[in-house]
Every structure is written in structure tokens, then in C-alpha cells.
Design a binder for this molecule. Structure first.
Ligand code: OAD
Length: 231
């Protein structure tokens, strides 16, 4: 089976009702990155940080995967699909995708602020992390999110996946945030690269085909194109 590697961003989940970051009504319009997505913001006001991610988690719990997520899961019948996502939601998994790598962490997990190896699932029926919630070693729990200024531990594995791709697809990311945006440089020469986004994205030169659509319609068109060109 050919390896189909997909890099997704917030636009993948937009049609599930989850906000993107950099649009006019996006999350970074209404919240300061330095306040809610940096270690310094956490030091200054952990309660505000917890409130922000508790709000996002509550929204995620009521959201559902869209047809784009489901279409990628269906492609597993014909391809070895590996999804590298910048998204902290779990909609790829809930749609049925079996190989999902989260570059920026996972909203439905908490982790110890004193020991990064202590990671816990957050139950759907008790979704908030509160001040005073502690890990097994007694440290305050924090969201399991990669904040700006923190290392991206999954990037090495992501690079390996990209370098092995026979087909590469980018969906719903403005490619503003590194190291994720740099993954495109690891695609081998000659590998077809598809980009799905309803808006213009400044991508490096190796894009083979731009599908100027939202994720739902875009994944349908991708599936049809793959049937024509790679079967
Ligand atoms: P952005 O908000 O920067 O970009 C979202 C992209 O999705 C844009 O290119 C939109 O045009 C596109 N888009 C909008 N609606 C869409 C739809 N229906 N279907 C497909 N695409 C659509 O989000 P990301 O690139 O994911 O990191 O942002 C990267 C990282 O920046 C995030 O993971 C987050 C943020 O700060 C952290 O919080 C660490």
C-alpha cells in the first residue's frame, strides 16, 4: 500500500464548528497568545490559562468529526494513511483514523507541570482542569498542549513520516507556525503534494495541486483525484 501522509491544521476542524486561530474571528483575535499559550502566561495566571483550555475542551466535546475527517479515515482502505496534525482536538481519531500524530498536544489530556512524562486522559464527564488538581507526584496539572517557546517532541517522528510519504496532503493550515510548516521540506522529490484550503496559503514551491475548497469538499475532490492518478 502507498503511504499517504497528511498534515492538518485548524481549518480541518472548522466545519465541525471549532474556531481557527488566524482568521478575522479566530482564537488569536480574542485571546492574547502570550497570556494563554506560553509558559510565561501560565506562570503569571494559571487560572486564566486553565479557563481558556477548559472552554475549548467543552466545545470539543459537543463537536463532531466532519466529512473531511471521515473521508481521510475511509482512505485507509486503499492507502497507509498517516496524519500529522497541529490540532489538539481528537476529531481524526473519532472519525476512525488509526495513525494520528499530535504535534501540538491533545486537549483531552492533562499533564504534570513538574514531570512531563506524567500524562492523564481527561474524562468527558469531568472535563475541566482546576487549580488544585494534582499529578501523582503532587504537582499542579496543566493542559497537555505545546505552548509557544516549548519544544515540539513529536517533530522527529513527523519528519520520518513525511520523508517516507508516497503522496503528501496539506489541509487547513496557514503554515505560519514552525517547525510544523517546515515539514513540507522533507517531502521527497517527485512525490505529489496536494493542498486543500479555501484561502490562499503561502506554501513552498513543491505543491503539485491546490484544491481551493473547505475540508469537507476538498477531501472529496482529493479522493476522486487520487482514484484517477494513483490507482
Ligand atoms: P490557522 O488559523 O493559522 O490557519 C487555518 C487555515 O485553515 C487557514 O489557512 C484557513 O484559510 C484555513 N481554513 C479555514 N476554513 C477552512 C475550511 N473550512 N476547510 C479547510 N481549511 C480552512 O491555523 P493553523 O495553521 O492550524 O498552535 O495554526 C497552527 C498553530 O497555530 C496551531 O496549532 C496553534 C496556533 O497557534 C498552538 O496553539 C501551539
Amino acid at each position: 500500500m502507498k503511504k499517504l501522509v497528511v498534515l492538518t491544521g485548524a481549518g480541518m476542524s472548522a466545519e465541525s464548528g471549532l474556531s481557527t486561530f488566524r482568521s478575522s474571528d479566530g482564537l488569536w483575535e480574542n485571546h492574547r497568545v502570550e497570556d494563554v499559550a506560553t509558559p510565561e502566561g501560565w506562570e503569571r495566571d494559571p487560572e486564566a490559562v486553565l479557563d481558556f483550555y477548559n472552554m475549548l475542551r467543552r466545545k470539543l466535546i459537543t463537536a463532531n468529526p466532519n466529512e473531511g475527517h471521515c473521508g481521510l479515515a475511509t482512505l485507509e482502505r486503499e492507502y497507509e494513511v498517516r496524519i500529522i496534525t497541529q490540532n489538539v482536538d481528537n476529531l481524526h481519531e473519532r472519525a476512525g483514523s488509526g495513525h494520528v500524530l499530535h504535534l501540538h498536544g491533545e486537549l483531552m489530556k492533562s499533564r504534570s507541570s513538574g514531570d512531563e512524562n506524567l500524562i492523564y486522559d481527561i474524562p468527558v464527564n469531568n472535563p475541566d482542569i482546576k487549580i488544585g488538581d494534582k499529578c501523582a507526584k503532587g504537582y499542579q496539572l496543566r493542559p497537555h498542549i505545546v505552548w509557544f517557546g516549548e519544544a515540539v517532541p513529536m517533530i522527529e517522528k513527523a519528519i520520518d513520516w513525511v520523508a517516507e510519504a508516497d503522496i503528501f496532503v496539506v489541509i487547513g493550515t496557514s503554515l505560519n507556525v514552525y517547525p510544523a510548516a517546515g515539514l513540507l521540506h522533507y517531502v521527497r522529490r517527485g512525490v505529489p503534494v496536494y493542498l486543500i484550503d479555501p484561502n490562499e496559503v503561502h506554501a513552498p514551491g513543491n505543491i503539485t495541486r491546490v484544491i481551493r475548497k473547505g475540508a469537507t469538499e476538498g477531501v472529496k475532490e482529493l479522493t476522486a483525484l487520487l482514484k484517477q492518478s494513483h490507482s
